[in-house]
Design a binder for this molecule. Structure first.
Ligand code: SF4
Length: 72
């Protein structure tokens, strides 16, 4: 599910120490650097939410939350 990446969302994620990215999910394989379910992880893998694109440096305008995320 995608949502607009607003300043309010970024602030609340920091304030409440939100965990929503693949790196904090029990289905993430660090060794394989991919999801055990092979979901496309573009978007929900990014952390922090407002991290720029590592290739282009572009600032993200939206954020993806995976419905299968399970906190590790
Ligand atoms: S289940 Fe979703 S949040 Fe978890 S590792 Fe896979 S793509 Fe990422």
């Amino acid at each position: 599910m995608k949502f607009a990446l607003t300043a309010e969302l970024i602030a609340e994620a920091r304030q409440f120490e939100l965990r929503s990215a693949c790196g904090d999910c029990m289905y993430w394989s660090a060794a394989r650097e991919t999801c055990w379910h092979d979901w496309p992880d573009i978007g929900q893998r990014r952390w922090p939410l407002d991290a720029p694109d590592p290739v282009t440096g572009a600032v993200p305008v939206d954020v993806a939350f995976c419905k299968e995320f399970e906190l590790r």
